[in-house]
Design a protein. Structure first.
Length: 193
């Protein structure tokens, strides 16, 4: 395996979990992927070449070690922030994600929701925003919460598109209407009808 392939694999692997990574993690991951077929010096040289090309970008940080992100991560972040700002220009004339009747019916079908999950479902169903975040620790029930939100949104959209995105760490569930990815970190949903 060449240094170029190892650095590409490391980039794709480490940045699927976080938008910012330290230099050491990127280089170590590339070296492990190189499986003895390339050297640390070649991997470091390839990484430096990509920094100069703008693929990797150093970010300000506090603490030890140099931190990097990628041009792709920066572009994705700008797109998300732009969509969020556009969605925040909504007012009471814009529809909620689901009607009050659909919200109640969907929540009533899910007695397994705990109080926090029910509150999150309720707040997202009542929201007029285009992008809403869902944050919680591992095991808090984000996957269950997003599944209930999906159910209500898909019922409202009747074949429209509902998508929940989270950096994927453990498991992925897919449907013909979009994706739900789960992790212990956070999530967003977007709805387009």
């Amino acid at each position: 395996m060449q240094a170029q392939q190892a650095v590409t694999w490391a980039r794709d692997h480490v940045f699927e979990r976080s938008a910012v990574q330290d230099r050491r993690t990127i280089l170590e991951t590339a070296l492990v992927r190189g499986m003895g077929e390339t050297t640390y010096a070649r991997i470091q040289q390839e990484f430096e070449r990509r920094i100069e090309a703008g693929e990797f970008r150093e970010v300000s940080h506090v603490g030890a070690g140099r931190q990097y992100t990628t041009a792709v991560m920066i572009r994705m972040e700008r797109e998300i922030v732009g969509r969020m700002q556009q969605g925040n220009r909504r007012d009471y004339s814009d529809p909620m994600l689901v009607s009050p009747q659909m919200r109640i019916a969907t929540e009533d079908r899910h007695p397994e929701l705990n109080g926090s999950q029910r509150q999150a479902v309720d707040e997202i169903f009542l929201s007029r925003e285009k992008i809403v975040g869902l944050d919680g620790i591992a095991g808090a029930g984000k996957t269950t919460t997003l599944s209930v939100i999906r159910e209500g949104a898909e019922a409202r959209l009747h074949g429209g598109r509902f998508r929940a995105n989270v950096p994927c760490r453990a498991k992925t569930q897919r449907s013909r209407h979009g994706d739900i990815h789960t992790t212990e970190a956070s999530g967003t949903w977007t709805a387009a009808g």
